[in-house]
Design a protein around this ligand. Structure first.
Ligand code: BES
Ligand code: ZN
Length: 640
């Protein structure tokens, strides 16, 4: 068995091993003019420690203004302390609250904390009215994964702890949470914006980790898609959003159900956010958050919904118990997302996703191929205390993870054999958080029922290489069905062999019709394959643009690969800088800023300062500022 330690979560300062949160009551007011949320969080706690009694609770906070702590049952003050000096740059400030009497294992208590967020809050993105579609009202949304929930509420900010919640939120603009609405009742629809404060009550009855707490507010409209699926967006965009997902949302959830077992959460709705949302998607329960960059009009990016829906089982129901085992969320989800592709579109479509993911993974493995960063090449990342999981975030967890599971699936004889195991795994850990070690123990106990399979697995799989291996390759060479990739490969290779031809010869040999009938993802693969070849000369890339006209393409997936390819030849930095102004999804803006920076440092910094700072979510702002060698990057943006 591989030596995978079961570490405690190194990204929390809470005493979660001694005492756990089981339920949260959030009484919040959204203060749109101050750009803060203020109110009270009541934590229902239960002692866990069997070795000694528990006399205090330590919670994670980050840039919160803590006003008062009290015992929920009688409102009596509780003594608390929080360091007054500058907070830990990654972990924030530990809030220590004394309990009125020590608790023995199993005993419970509820404490309330009156507090407000501040303008240093890293979870919340606030947009002014001009930054929205209708330009009529401000907009606000959270992104708590990985460790930003602590800047929204005092909590045990670790995926090891799961709590149900009820949120009573007062706001002049409608709000959505990662829960189901009970007040006003769903049949009442979206309350009108009338300048007065409304109260909304949202309940999440299933216990979830803190990183899945989410809120968004603004001018919002809803369109139903299927019997339990629907889409939220700003009113001017909601029909385009409904069109993008109406064919797929419901069938993706039901396909995932066939693979994973019944969907336990009730509704599956999604919210399309303004462009500054830093991720492609975020699996907030009952309310997946999506980037508007998916709304391209051709339904070419719906696999993101298959991915986020698959998290309903892997991540939201069965959760990693610390960021070292993040692959249990993302690797399993990516594996499942691609099984959904297999069921809906066949084996070639499934493998095409692996081919694309392989490229993203290789790029990330290269990015981390330097001293001090190599542990990010591992599937199981051994974090040290205080390291920031956002800095180690990459497609390694996704693609090494999914390939590992795909490899195991192939070894035991295919999906038909492996899927019952997947279901058994989900059933065994439903509602729980687990470590990689626990995953492995369950794995062997399952396969011990099938000695022949177990023997193959024991003989073939190099566990240590998969979990602790570094370097630029997977431990085994994977063979994929390349049916959907072949035309991209062959056009790229004919460009490669023509790259020294004159413009006139190139124009004779190639034409825009080369790409006729291609899917957006095939064009992406074509551009990525070109990018892995030798650097093309400026003239060739200009001739290439003359033929295909990618500068005018509106699909952000294509645009990203095009700019990365062209910028390698030193071309089109101004066009890329113009485009990146409005790209908030980190998958697009981070590499584009990075590539512009290689070509023209001043342009990259100027674009960031003029546009990025006021527009980007705090998480993206900080990471990009770092890469451009700028200090703290957000200071100027906060008040805009
Ligand atoms: N849970 C992730 C997003 C995330 C991970 C946010 C870690 C913060 C920290 C989400 O499910 C995800 O993987 N999104 C991808 C979608 C893609 C793989 C289809 C993204 O944003 O690109
Ligand atoms: Zn994911």
């Amino acid at each position: 068995m591989a030596a995978i330690p079961s570490p405690v979560d190194q990204a929390t300062q809470s005493n979660y091993l001694d005492i756990e949160t089981t339920h949260l009551e959030l009484d919040w007011t959204v203060d749109w003019s101050q750009r803060i949320i203020r109110g009270k969080a009541t934590l229902h706690l239960r002692a866990r420690s069997s070795s000694s009694s528990v006399d205090k609770v330590v919670l994670d906070t980050s840039y919160l203004a803590i006003k008062r702590c009290s015992l929920a049952e009688n409102d009596k003050d509780l003594a608390f302390s929080i360091p007054s000096k500058r907070q830990h740059p990654v972990l924030g400030s530990a809030l220590t609250i004394s309990l009125p009497a020590p608790l023995q294992k199993g005993e419970t208590v509820a404490i309330s904390i009156e507090y407000a967020t501040t303008d240093e809050c890293t979870a919340l993105g606030w947009l002014n009215a001009e930054q929205t579609d209708s330009k009529r009202y401000p907009f606000m949304y959270s992104q708590c994964q990985a460790i930003h929930a602590r800047s929204l509420l005092p909590c045990m900010d670790t995926p090891a702890i799961k709590a149900s919640y009820v949120a009573r939120v007062k706001s002049t603009l409608p709000v959505l949470l990662s829960a189901q609405r009970t007040v006003p009742p769903l049949e009442d629809g979206v309350p009108e914006i009338d300048g007065t404060e409304h109260e909304y009550v949202w309940e999440q009855k299933i216990r979830i980790p803190s990183y899945l707490i989410a809120i968004a507010g603004g001018e919002l409209a809803f369109r139903p898609l299927g019997k339990r699926t629907g889409i939220w967006a700003e009113p001017g965009k909601v029909d385009a959003c409904a069109y993008e997902f109406e064919q797929d949302a419901e069938r993706m959830v039901s396909t995932a159900e066939q693979l994973c077992g019944p969907y336990r959460w009730g509704r599956y709705d999604a919210l399309v956010l303004p462009a500054s949302f830093p991720y492609g998607g975020m699996e907030n329960p009952n309310c997946t958050f999506l980037t508007p960059a998916l709304i391209v009009g051709d339904r070419s990016q719906v696999d993101v919904v298959a991915h986020e829906a698959s998290h309903s089982w892997h991540g939201n129901d069965v959760s990693c118990d610390g960021w070292s085992s993040f692959w249990l969320n993302e690797g399993w989800t990516t594996y499942t997302e691609r099984l959904v592709a297999l069921k809906l579109h066949g084996p070639a479509a499934r493998d095409f996703e692996y081919i694309q993911g392989y490229k993203a993974m290789t790029d990330d493995l290269k990015r981390f191929d330097k001293d001090g960063m190599r542990k990010a090449q591992r599937l199981h990342i051994p974090y040290e205390f205080g390291e920031d999981p956002d800095e180690f975030y990459s497609s390694v967890a996704y693609d090494k993870g999914a390939n590992f599971l795909y490899y195991l699936e192939k070894l035991v004889g295919g999906v038909e054999v492996f899927n019952p195991y997947q279901k058994a795994y989900i059933q065994a850990f439903e509602g729980k958080s687990l470590t990689t070690q626990q995953w492995e123990e369950h794995f062997w106990s399952y396969w011990s029922q099938f000695p022949e399979k177990e023997q193959i697995l024991r003989e073939k799989v190099d566990w240590n290489a998969w979990f602790n291996g570094e370097g630029l390759e997977l431990p085994v060479k994977m063979e994929y069905d390349t049916t959907l990739a072949d035309r991209a490969y062959s056009l790229a290779s004919s460009w490669h062999s023509s790259r020294t031809l004159s413009d006139a010869d190139l124009a004779r040999k190639f034409s825009a019709s080369d790409l006729q009938g291609w899917s957006a993802t095939q064009i992406v693969l074509f551009l990525e394959t070109l990018g892995t070849q030798d650097v093309y000369g400026k003239e060739t890339v200009e001739a290439f643009e003359g033929i295909y006209g990618f500068n005018k393409n509106a699909n952000p997936e294509i645009k990203l690969r095009w700019f990365l390819f062209a910028l390698k030849a030193g071309l089109y930095a101004p066009e890329a800088a113009h485009w990146v102004r409005n790209q908030g999804r980190m998958k697009y803006c981070r590499p584009t800023y990075r590539a512009i920076y290689q070509v023209d440092k001043d342009l990259a910094r100027k674009t960031f300062n003029e546009y990025g700072v006021g527009f980007l979510h705090p998480i993206a702002r900080r990471l990009i500022a770092q890469e451009l060698g700028l200090e703290a990057g957000g200071d100027k943006g906060k008040k805009q």
